[in-house]
Design a binder for this molecule. Structure first.
Ligand code: ATP
Length: 299
């Protein structure tokens, strides 16, 4: 009994960890032969997406545990092909928005729609295919760099993998390894830095080429040259896609179509960078503080 309990318990922990990190879980569910918490509706249809869609959160309420509401009636829209950024203090519920859009959890009230289709009414496979995630901490598989990049689209050719790696500015680093794209990475292979892992995630997302993107910005600061380069790459990837940016640094959000300032599960301010600065409220305070703190925001 003990022998069975320990590994299952361990897998549970790993599962929760990865779920928190918004990683694609399909393969892991297969490996674990574990039933998903979120099931397709019996009449679920594939999500129909002719192009970058409009994503809408409508009066969304959500709690991980019933006694502790996290999102308390949130409404916003990401127009087709635009970027909406979410900022706010730690624990405000920012990353939860991404988890709900990817449908790791279902909302308790309200709804989330993609081009008017409630995400609870479409197949999870089609929803998750339509969304690319660059998570806070990219989980790499104990496999080759090529496998890790191609994970978003396993049928991709080597030339396509390299093209994505070049666009994510990780090709030269990979090519410099003795085994190149066949270099093993992950726990038992080459250890990559935070910035390198993010670049692998960007390359993976470029290859997958989904119409919807979620960027959950890393909390750990990269050095500023690296950070600027990654921001430029993310901007290029987001071009023409419907993008949700969960931002920990304000420098990432300046160009967003709309910035949502969240606190304790509510939107307390919203607008463009210029409008929010002019309003002189929470966002303007955060901006001044970040400047004062020396984390030079791009302007
Ligand atoms: P940060 O900027 O620190 O990443 P955040 O604004 O993204 O924070 P969330 O990760 O969305 O915050 O979490 C919102 C709240 O929900 C936090 O109080 C967190 O402790 C709680 N929470 C997150 N995941 C779970 C979970 N799986 N079970 C229970 N509570 C959770």
């Amino acid at each position: 009994m003990i022998q069975i309990y320990i590994p299952l318990n361990f897998l549970g922990v790993v599962y929760r960890e990865i779920k928190q990190n918004l990683t694609d879980l399909d393969k892991m569910f297969t490996l674990m032969d574990r039933e998903q918490e979120i099931a397709d509706a019996p009449d679920a249809q594939p999500l129909e997406l002719p192009r970058a869609p409009t994503v809408r959160f409508e009066d969304v309420h959500f709690a991980y545990e019933p006694a502790r509401p996290i999102l308390q009636g949130l409404s916003f829209e990401i127009p087709a092909g635009r970027t909406v950024a979410v900022v706010g203090p730690s624990g405000a519920g920012k990353s939860t928005l991404g988890r709900l859009l990817f449908r790791f959890y279902d909302v308790q009230a309200g709804r989330i729609t993609v081009d008017g289709q409630d995400i609870r009414g479409v197949t999870q496979q089609s929803l998750r295919r339509a969304i690319g995630i660059v998570p806070q901490d990219t989980v790499l598989f104990n496999d080759t760099v090529a496998y890790n990049i191609a994970y978003g689209r396993p049928e991709a050719t080597q030339a396509e993998v390299e093209q994505a790696a070049r666009a994510a500015h990780i090709h030269d680093f990979i090519a410099a390894q003795p085994k190149g794209y066949e270099t093993m990475v992950g726990e038992r292979g080459l250890k990559l830095s935070g910035g390198e892992k993010q670049r692998v995630a960007i390359a993976r997302t470029l290859l997958k080429n989904p119409p919807i993107l979620i960027f959950d910005e890393a909390t750990s600061a990269l050095d500023s040259a690296n950070e600027r380069a990654i921001q430029a790459e993310l901007r290029a990837v987001a071009q023409g896609k419907t993008t949700l940016v969960i931002a920990h640094r304000l420098s990432t959000v300046v160009d967003a179509h709309e910035i949502l300032v969240m606190d304790a599960g509510r939107i307390v301010e919203r607008g463009t960078h210029a409008a929010l600065l002019a309003a002189g409220g929470r966002y303007a305070q955060m901006w001044a503080l970040q400047r004062h703190g020396g984390a030079q925001p791009a302007s």
